[in-house]
Design a binder for this molecule. Structure first.
Ligand SMILES: Nc1nc2c(ncn2[C@@H]2O[C@H](COP(=O)(O)OP(=O)(O)OP(=O)(O)O)[C@@H](O)[C@H]2O)c(=O)[nH]1
Ligand SMILES: [Mg+2]
Length: 181
């Protein structure tokens, strides 16, 4: 039995908690707390520590998913959650270009923790204002060898596709490094 730890990160309100909830086969352990202060009042609750979920891929592979908080004031959790990760997802609200700079910053912070593979998930593609994956790649300066994938975090198939693409990138890298035969 092999286990793979993946982290789902990204700016405030990008859909990280929704993403983990859409796919986990256990009830997600969430640390959502009520938002009381103004600029974050776009929704009722925010993640203050983590979301934790589990997905069985097959008889010998289990994914453990850790969603991070998005708000900067809880970013002390990021490094803790990244411990031992084999890859990460940067989730972006494709309809909120004012968050793209923060998304890029978060991407760089996580790359600094570990040189693991990562993918970018262009979330909220169901929104009429959503940027395309091609435009997002340019805006965020994502290199060609990194996947930018369309996502709607309420849709299990999208979430599954993002995680499988990340898994393939992880396996490919292990292959190149000769970790698996
Ligand atoms: N239309 C649409 N709404 C989405 C999608 N994904 C998430 N949402 C909504 O976006 C809002 C934010 O989702 P969360 O999952 O709380 O976002 P988060 O990234 O965990 O937020 P923080 O933990 O506060 O940083 C919620 O109202 C979700 O229902 C999506 O793909 N499409
Ligand atoms: Mg959350």
């Amino acid at each position: 039995m092999q286990t793979v730890k993946m982290v789902v990160t990204g700016p405030f309100n990008a859909g990280k908690t929704q993403f983990v909830r859409a796919i986990s086969e256990i009830d997600v352990v969430s640390t959502e707390r009520k938002i009381s202060s103004a600029p974050e009042k776009v929704k009722d609750e925010t993640t203050v520590a983590m979301d934790f979920g589990r997905i069985t891929i097959d008889d010998d592979l289990i994914l453990y998913l850790f969603g991070t908080p998005g708000q900067k004031r809880f970013d002390f959790m990021w490094e803790i959650l990244s411990e031992g990760m084999l890859g990460f997802v940067v989730l972006i609200d494709s309809a909120r270009p004012e968050t793209f700079r923060e998304a890029r910053r978060i991407l760089e912070v996580f790359r600094g923790y570990a040189p693991t593979p990562y993918v970018v998930a262009a979330n909220k593609q169901d929104s009429p204002d959503a940027w395309s994956t091609d435009d997002l790649r340019i805006a965020l300066k994502i290199p060609q060898d990194v996947k930018v994938l369309p996502c709607v975090a309420t849709g299990k198939d999208y979430v599954k596709n993002v995680l499988l693409e990340l898994l393939y990138s992880i396996l490919e890298e292990m292959d190149e490094e000769g970790i698996v035969d």
